[in-house]
Ligand binder design. Structure first.
Ligand code: DX5
Ligand code: ZN
Length: 216
């Protein structure tokens, strides 16, 4: 299976969202990554449910919603209604992660757990068989355009081994600072999904950049 590419709309031109989504429809992108920030869990605000709905109206690919928010259980149903296919919550934001995951799955969505750079993969041991995606943060969440954290490679390898030995089917998604210098090594380490914001949207030809990632 070739790697899945999930461009992050956080780096897109918000004044031309319809155009950006249509460009992604025509590209080889697999998922549209939607970054939701609350200014509490992360020190930044992005956009919320109405904008997600607006993206969905034009999108021909699954919406991969990354909730960087506290108390995500209050909002997962609204994001499901807004059109999310994948919903990821942060392990650091959930006191009852198992319950939160069951809630997402009961809505018919794929359930993901996002993990900050400082968080040990070992903490996923008792949830890995229940989830569809691990969103491994390769930057500290809150902003696009940050530098990739090199320790991520080792975390991918540890996580891949945990997935293999547990019999889990979870996909490993890498989020933050993905570019032409690290994409291939990430895939070799075991990444299944690459999120890319600035690398895609700051390129002169975003569709070509997506095609390059797919071909790696
Ligand atoms: C960071 C977000 C990322 C971000 C990725 O908080 O979760 O999805 O938009 O953007 P780049 O690829 O520019 O690091
Ligand atoms: Zn993200």
């Amino acid at each position: 299976m070739s790697v899945l590419v999930a461009p992050s709309l956080l780096a897109s031109d918000f004044a031309n969202l319809e155009k950006e989504v249509k460009m992604l429809n025509e590209s080889q992108a697999d998922w549209l990554h939607i970054d939701i920030m609350d200014g509490v869990f992360v020190p930044n605000l992005s956009f919320g449910i109405p904008v997600t709905e607006a993206i969905k109206r034009h999108a021909k690919k699954p919406l991969d919603v990354h909730l960087m928010i506290v108390e995500p259980e209050k909002y997962v149903e609204a994001f499901h209604k807004a059109g999310a296919e994948v919903i990821s919550v942060h392990i650091e934001a959930c006191n009852h992660l198992h319950r939160n995951i069951q809630q997402i799955k009961a809505l018919g969505c794929k359930a993901g757990v996002a993990v900050n750079p400082h968080t040990s993969i070992a903490l996923l041991e008792n949830i890995i068989q229940d989830i569809d995606v691990v969103c491994l943060m390769s930057v500290n969440p809150g902003f696009g355009g940050q530098k990739f954290i090199e320790r991520t490679y080792e975390k991918v390898r540890v996580l891949k081994e945990m997935i293999r030995t547990s019999g889990s089917k979870a996909l490993i998604e890498i989020d933050g600072g993905v570019n032409q210098h690290n994409a291939k090594s990430l895939m070799e380490a075991g990444a299944d999904v690459l999120v890319a914001g600035n690398f895609v949207f700051s390129a002169a030809n975003p569709k070509e950049v997506i095609a390059q990632l797919k071909a790696m």
